[in-house]
Design a protein around this ligand. Structure first.
Ligand SMILES: Cc1cc2nc3c(=O)[nH]c(=O)nc-3n(C[C@H](O)[C@H](O)[C@H](O)COP(=O)(O)O)c2cc1C
Length: 270
C-alpha cells in the first residue's frame, strides 16, 4: 500500500480483534517513529506502553493492549510538530496493516503521563492504540463515529481558496495542488472539526487554522494545532505523491482572514 492509499483507507480503529501486536510490527513502527522528522525540527521521544502492566487502556478501545505514546519539550509549534510526526507514524502503521486511533481526550491522562515518565516542561499530547482491526465495530465505536460524523469531510471548496478567502477553490482549478489538498481534506482531526483552511496564491499554499469559538485565542495550548500538523503532513505526502516540489516556511503573507482564523505556515511550490 502506498501513502495516498493509506491516506484514503485509514480510519480510526477502536475495536481490535484481540491479537497481540506482533513483535515485528512493534519494532518496525518504533524504528520508523524514531527516524520520523517534522518541518519544525522539534524532536519527539516515542515509546510503546502496555495496558496490561503500564497503563489502564483507553476506555473507548477494546481488543488490544499496545499503545504508542510520544513526548516532547514544550515549545512554540510543539503541537503542529507533534501532529505532523504522529500522523506520519499513523500512516506508516496503516501501510503495514496496523490500526490506530488518535487519542487526546478519552484516556486516563495522568496514568499515561506517569508511565511515559513525563518531566516538567514536557508534554505528551496524544497516544494511539496499535493492533489489528476486528471485523465488526463495537456498538460504542459505531455510536462514536455517528456522533462526530466520522465518515464525512467538508467539501474541497469550503476548505480551500484561490487568492483570498472570498474565492473558493474548485478542485478542477487547483492544478497540481489538487491531490495534495485532497490529502489534507481527508485528514483526521479532533472531534472531526477539520480546522484547516488554505489559500493558494502566487505559487504558494498558505495554511490557516479556523478555531472553534470555544478555544479562539491565538496562543493558548491548542489541540486544533495538532490537527494543523496533521494537515501539513498530508499536504507534503500528497505533494510527494504527484512529484510536486515544495519548501516549507513560516511567513505570514498578510491575507485578510475571517474571524478566528489564524495563519500557521506556508509551502512555496517550485
Ligand atoms: C488530535 C486528535 C485527537 C483525538 N482524540 C480522540 C479521543 O480522545 N478519543 C477518540 O475516540 N478519538 C479521538 N480522535 C479521533 C477522531 O474522532 C477521528 O479522527 C475523527 O472523528 C475522524 O474519524 P476517522 O479518524 O475515522 O477518519 C482524535 C483525533 C485527533 C486528530
Amino acid at each position: 500500500m502506498n501513502t495516498m492509499e493509506a491516506i484514503r483507507t485509514r480510519r480510526s480503529v477502536r475495536t481490535f480483534d484481540g491479537r497481540a501486536l506482533r513483535e515485528e510490527d512493534a519494532r518496525r513502527i518504533l524504528d520508523f517513529a524514531r527516524m520520523a522528522e517534522n518541518p519544525y525540527e522539534l524532536p519527539v521521544t516515542w515509546m510503546l506502553l502496555d495496558a496490561k502492566k503500564d497503563v489502564p487502556g483507553a476506555p473507548v478501545i477494546t481488543g488490544t493492549d499496545a499503545y504508542l505514546a510520544g513526548k516532547m519539550r514544550r515549545a512554540d509549534h510543539a503541537e503542529e510538530a507533534f501532529g505532523y510526526t504522529f500522523e506520519k507514524i499513523v500512516l506508516f502503521a496503516q501501510t503495514i496493516g496496523v490500526g490506530t486511533t488518535w487519542i487526546a481526550g478519552t484516556m486516563n491522562r495522568a496514568a499515561f503521563e506517569r508511565a511515559a515518565g513525563l518531566s516538567a516542561g514536557e508534554v505528551m499530547p496524544c497516544v494511539s492504540p496499535l493492533g489489528y482491526a476486528a471485523k465488526k465495530m463495537s456498538l460504542r465505536e459505531t455510536m462514536m463515529r455517528k456522533g462526530v460524523r466520522a465518515d464525512s469531510r467538508m467539501d474541497f471548496q469550503t476548505l480551500f481558496f484561490l487568492g483570498d478567502f472570498d474565492t473558493p477553490l474548485m478542485p478542477e482549478a487547483a492544478g497540481q495542488c489538487r491531490e495534495p489538498l485532497e490529502a489534507v481534506r481527508l485528514s483526521p482531526s479532533a472531534v472531526n472539526k477539520q480546522p484547516w483552511r488554505a489559500v493558494l496564491r502566487d505559487g504558494a499554499v498558505h495554511f490557516y487554522e479556523k478555531k472553534n469559538k470555544s478555544s479562539a485565542s491565538a496562543d493558548a495550548w491548542d489541540v486544533q494545532k495538532i490537527d494543523m500538523g496533521i494537515a501539513l503532513c498530508h499536504f507534503e505526502l500528497g505533494a510527494e505523491s504527484v512529484g510536486l516540489p515544495f519548501s516549507f516556511r513560516i511567513a505570514d503573507p498578510g491575507i485578510p482572514a475571517p474571524e478566528n482564523t489564524f495563519y500557521i505556515a506556508s509551502y512555496e511550490l517550485a
